[in-house]
Design a protein around this ligand. Sequence first.
Ligand code: LLP
Length: 404
Amino acid sequence: MKYINKIFSIEKVSAIKLAKRFGTPIYCYSYNKIKENVLNFRKNFDNFKPLICFSVKSNSNLYLLREIKKLGFGADVVSIGELIKALKAGVEPKKIVFSGVGKTSGEISYAINKKILLINAESKSEIIKIEKIAKSKRKVVEIGIRLNPNIDAKTLSQISTGKKTNKFGVEENELYRLINLIKKSKYLKLSCLSVHIGSQILDYKPYIKMLKILGRIIDKSRHKFKFIDLGGGMGISYGDKIKKLNYQKYSKEVNKFYKKYKAKIIFEPGRSVIADAGVLISEVIYIKKTNYKNFVILDAGMNDLMRPALYRSKHKIIPAIKRNQLQKKNIEFVGPICETTDSFLILKKFQKIKEGEILVICDVGAYGMSLSSNYNLRPRPIELLIKEKKINIIKKRERILDII
Ligand code: LLP
């Protein structure tokens, strides 16, 4: 995705052309970028050949799941909806892991019937429920336990999951008790120890700390785990600051860990696979000038892209056509939703823009469409995938009639 003759293009297809043909807003993805991310992720951990399960919650478009599956990834799911979609995309059940603190009986039963690789349990009550269902089906079910390692992942508090104050996983002492409980069961087999400390992690040190804790706990438990699921969370650089996670250091430590414990390593990346492969193309409806700032009112709102409103996250906004004239004034890019938090970004300068122009919001491939809603009764955008210069409609724009 880059400017070609000053026009922002996705694999050589101009964003202006897409806006004219399909209307706006549009979620548009680049196949090449997804492929590059998938291959890079795998290459980073090639030493120990992990099972890599794409985190479906980051983007659950069926067409994209199919492409990611074809590139060899499994799926990490957190609901029956995601599980059904992963299966529909052709992901082999033995490459699917199921996490989440609130799996219902229906979800557990479905997962057992489909013979997925692992249900990663997050509480004693859940384990008891899985056992009950397994017993009623007279099946032995392989499960994992998710550990809460009490680690600060040094990321946004809203997307941190590994601290003792977070609802996820079980604390160390409970883990030992649960290992003993499962040992006594005829219907459960404890195969996996899982952990996921948060999302948008750019510092490798919390991961190293996590490995140390896991090692100590495995030694103390004396349990032989077939799988160690290290979760996802690898961050990307939004905006201009090029801070990057040091994969080399992380990978080196995981490799040592792998050699010592000889368990198959599982990863569950979402953002690092898909975030920078997607943009949101939007039109400027109005420009409202005030004494304090100029509001650039877009036809995409927080219902289409929730991250800025929910986490104050900053997504780069760039013009579809690059020009040289600058305007220096506080510019606030906002959506049409009746909420003050429906605001994407404030900039001190931007190129001169007019009403009716097309802008591009960057790095929205992960947790963009998947967090979207119909708030204010607005239909969700169309999704396009550009692959080998071909434009594929991978989800139609919702029609107003569909939602009223
Ligand atoms: N595995 C588990 C158990 C998870 O809870 C998550 C994300 C992942 C894997 C994938 O994490 P990733 O590699 O994408 O960081 N909506 C927020 C992110 C929430 C992440 C929730 N869990 C955002 O837009 O930043």
